[in-house]
Design a protein around this ligand. Structure first.
Ligand code: ZN
Length: 253
């Protein structure tokens, strides 16, 4: 009897462990490295009105970044994906329709990821290796389906909060609303430049006013000795740093 209970407990534990293992093995919040490198990531593109000035700015600053692209936007702007690829940026998967994945069926999740992979492959000739779930919302099922397509889930450890700069999406948040008197632009610059540490993955968005802040952000980071690289390059320097999956800030997209 005791033996049966023990075996059942071991089986139960191994089921729990096997369902937990992918959470740590295939999610990246930041990278465990002592090298002073950080990665900029830009979500939700490509969009001609904001991607072109962003690509131009990154070229001027001599930076290569990771772009988590939305499949249907990529399909409509294949030339932009090609340009990003030609300029050495890393193109990664951010689903086809930017839907919250935990609410979808397995088939729908698979379709969101596969369709986006196909668009990226048709533009670059390469399959993406990295994937970021919209809103940072994921569960074990999402990680496992992503892993089945060779995709690693990439989150972030520094949230620039740059979406507050986009007044069209957040019309009530203007420059005068911060209690400490600083502007939202100043808060975005401060968040990135004070929170960045070796191996940090910095969340920004492909749009709006963050482009104008990049020269200041990059100068401050470089003055602190940081080099700006892609997430793929960071992952060649070290393994994912252990992190809680529950400390995720809520972000609106
Ligand atoms: Zn997004």
């Amino acid at each position: 009897m005791m033996r049966t209970v023990w075996i059942a407990a071991v089986i139960g534990l191994s089921v729990i462990l096997s369902s937990l293992t992918p959470l740590t093995a295939n999610t990246v919040w930041s990278v465990d490295t002592t090298r002073k490198q950080v990665a900029f990531t830009f979500d939700d593109g490509p969009k001609p009105e904001s991607s072109i000035p962003l690509i131009d700015m990154l070229e001027k600053l001599q930076i290569r970044s990771t772009f988590f692209v939305v499949g249907h936007e990529a399909q409509a702007n294949i030339d932009l994906i090609k340009r990003l690829h030609e300029q050495g940026h890393e193109i990664a998967n951010h689903t086809y329709n930017h839907r919250r994945l935990p609410a979808l069926s397995d088939e729908e999740i698979l379709s969101e990821l596969e369709r986006t992979n196909a668009v990226i492959r048709s533009a670059t000739g390469e399959s993406p290796r990295l994937f970021r779930p919209p809103g940072g919302q994921f569960n074990t099922k999402v990680i496992q389906i992503a892993a089945s397509l060779g995709l690693t889930v990439v989150l972030w450890d520094v949230n620039a909060g740059d979406y507050v700069l986009d007044v069209h999406r957040f019309p009530v948040k203007d420059e005068s609303r911060r209690e400490d008197g600083s502007s939202f632009s100043q808060s975005v610059i401060a968040k990135i430049t004070t929170q960045a540490k070796p191996g940090s993955i910095i969340l920004m968005h492909n749009g709006g006013d963050v482009i104008e802040l990049l020269p200041t952000i990059v100068t401050k980071l470089r003055n602190r000795g940081f080099e700006i690289v892609t997430v793929g390059e960071l992952l060649r320097e070290g393994k994912p740093r252990p992190n809680s999956i529950w400390n995720n800030d809520h972000v609106p997209d």
